[in-house]
Design a protein around this ligand. Structure first.
Ligand code: ADP
Length: 513
């Protein structure tokens, strides 16, 4: 096992990773830019090294500085987290040259799967359905001819795009030419690469993604899906698992497709295969994220697995001790991304000093965060403050808990988007799971209903909160009965974790000199 892991990241994900290191008895090394000197990840790590000025291209994106810290600190592995260099094959290559283990996929697998167009090509080869469109970057006239034959609307995407950026929706042929020109120059400015490709724009799809784990010995498993359809401008803001629409059969089909693709790309470590699912439950491959996702905790909560520890174990050469059949989601989990931003002012970032805060706790609550009272949130990075993750026995219980947790959450000094989630949780469509990737944008365009006065006798049929409450009580009672019935039989998750432990002990024994 490793002795000292360098965490090439900041914020909540750096804290998440160093916590896993501490539980495994591995020392953690943090890096920080000038504005992050007092950040939580710096305070919690075993060692911390400054890597330069605030702009990330002068600090968190500098592979040479990271490698220098790794050498000075004597790190034997690097965890990239997400964002920054996590999907840049130059980092695993630099690690390889320095004789340090990269906790993530090999650079070749990143290239084969991480590039959107390469991923699409590989998906077609292994018969994973892709969103209809051009497989290779196309020039303007080729792209327009294809758009005409597919029919509008179409989506122009920057080959090098990501994070919901670099996409342009085109509704008609007349606007195509100028849209293409503008999208290409925007892509060049933002990503240094003007190449575009084209997809049919799917109306009201869901975003459903499959978490996979692959070890270096050929085992690839799916840990099931996450529903990520709650998005603002194509960026996820809330996620859940299981998806309200997924049946065991569809989960198996999507998992098979994801595993097939990962195998074809020679994938190792944790990765996510993203799909769009249309209203008839057809699914289409979107892209592979060759790293840990922001929303990985919902999968952890319903599988009982620790993905960061498993990433570390895989990188150290361990075998995955379970097959996908043993992974059955237990209960329900949701995550909301709490940002320092102002929902009243078009979600403009709202960095600044956190004067006071109270974080939710109690049954079913997990906060993954990188902030503390008195800390000044810098405006140089993504303004994600905390991820509030909630789980319960049922979707209804989880939503009731999330509502309760958001009521407990208080931050002063900066603005946050917590109110957005309270609003989402009051929407009957959300409560019924009837969502799609444009649902939140549509909701935000609607005028907000005046706050309802509390009714003396709420009617569960017309009052969504009362309906959720009744369902939550029913679910709690049902779960208690289930637990009583299953008392004598081990659940698949327990079985998995005890097998994992046994396997761990066996490996430890085998490795002893
Ligand atoms: P990024 O890498 O920038 O996140 P993705 O290709 O993963 O881009 O897409 C992000 C989101 O954009 C999707 O979850 C979905 O909401 C929307 N989207 C992407 N492609 C399509 C499409 N062909 N039709 C409809 N929506 C799409």
């Amino acid at each position: 096992m490793f002795k000292k892991i360098l965490i090439a990241n900041r914020g909540e994900i750096a804290v998440r990773i160093l916590r896993a290191c501490r539980e495994l008895g591995i020392k953690s090394v943090a890096v920080f830019s000038d504005v992050d000197r007092k950040a939580l990840h710096v305070q919690l790590a075993d060692e911390a090294y400054g890597i330069g000025p605030a702009p990330s291209r002068e600090s968190y994106l500098r592979i040479d500085k990271l490698m220098d810290v790794a050498r000075r600190a004597g790190s034997d592995a690097v965890h990239p987290g997400y964002g920054f260099l996590a999907e840049n094959p130059a980092l695993p290559r630099a690690c390889g040259e320095a004789g340090i283990t990269f906790i993530g996929p090999p650079p070749e697998a990143m290239e084969a799967l991480g590039s959107k167009t390469a991923g699409r090509r590989l998906a077609r080869r292994v018969e994973v359905p892709t969103v209809p469109g051009a497989n290779d970057p196309t020039d303007r006239s080729q792209a327009q001819a294809l758009a005409q034959s597919m029919g509008y609307p179409v989506l122009l995407k920057a080959v090098a795009g990501g994070g919901g950026k670099g996409m342009r929706l085109v509704y008609s042929d007349t606007e195509f030419e100028s849209a293409f020109r503008n999208a290409a120059s925007e892509a060049l400015n933002a990503f240094g690469d003007e190449r575009l490709y084209l997809e049919k724009y799917l109306e009201r799809p869901r975003h459903v993604e499959i978490q996979i784990l692959a070890d270096a010995h050929g085992r690839v498993v799916s840990l099931g899906e996450r529903e990520c359809s709650i998005q603002r401008r194509h960026q996820k803001v809330a996620e859940e698992s299981p998806s309200p629409i997924i049946t065991a059969e569809l989960r198996k089909k999507m998992s098979d497709a994801a595993v097939r693709l990962a195998r074809a790309g020679g994938y190792v470590n944790a990765g996510t295969v993203e799909f769009l699912v249309d209203q008839r439950l057809n699914f289409y491959f979107l892209e592979v994220n060759t790293r840990l996702q922001v929303e990985h905790p919902v999968t952890e909560q319903v599988t009982g697995l620790d993905l960061v520890k498993l990433q570390i174990a895989i990188a150290a050469g361990h075998r995955l001790p379970f097959a996908w059949e043993s992974i059955t989601p237990r209960g329900h989990a949701m995550e909301v991304r709490l940002y320092a931003e102002d929902p009243e002012n078009n979600f403009f970032p709202s960095p600044g000093k956190i004067l006071a805060r109270h974080t939710p706790s109690g049954p079913g609550i997990r906060m993954d965060e990188g902030v503390y009272e008195g800390w000044t949130v810098p405006n140089d990075y993504d303004p994600l403050l905390s991820k509030l993750i909630v789980w319960g026995n049922s979707r209804e219980e989880t939503m009731a808990r999330l509502r309760r947790a958001l009521d407990e959450y208080v931050v002063t000094g900066i603005r946050t988007n917590a109110g957005l989630f309270r609003r989402i949780l009051a929407e009957p469509e959300f409560l019924r799971g009837e969502i799609h990737t444009r649902w939140l944008d549509d909701l935000l365009r609607r005028p907000r209903a005046a706050a309802a006065s509390p009714a003396a006798h709420s009617n569960p049929v017309t009052d969504p909160n009362a309906a959720a409450e009744a369902a939550a009580i029913a679910a709690a009672v049902w779960q208690a009965k289930q637990n009583a019935r299953q008392a004598s039989t081990a659940s698949p998750v327990n079985e998995t974790s005890s097998r994992w432990k046994m396997e761990g002990r066996r490996e430890q024994r085998d490795r002893m000199p």
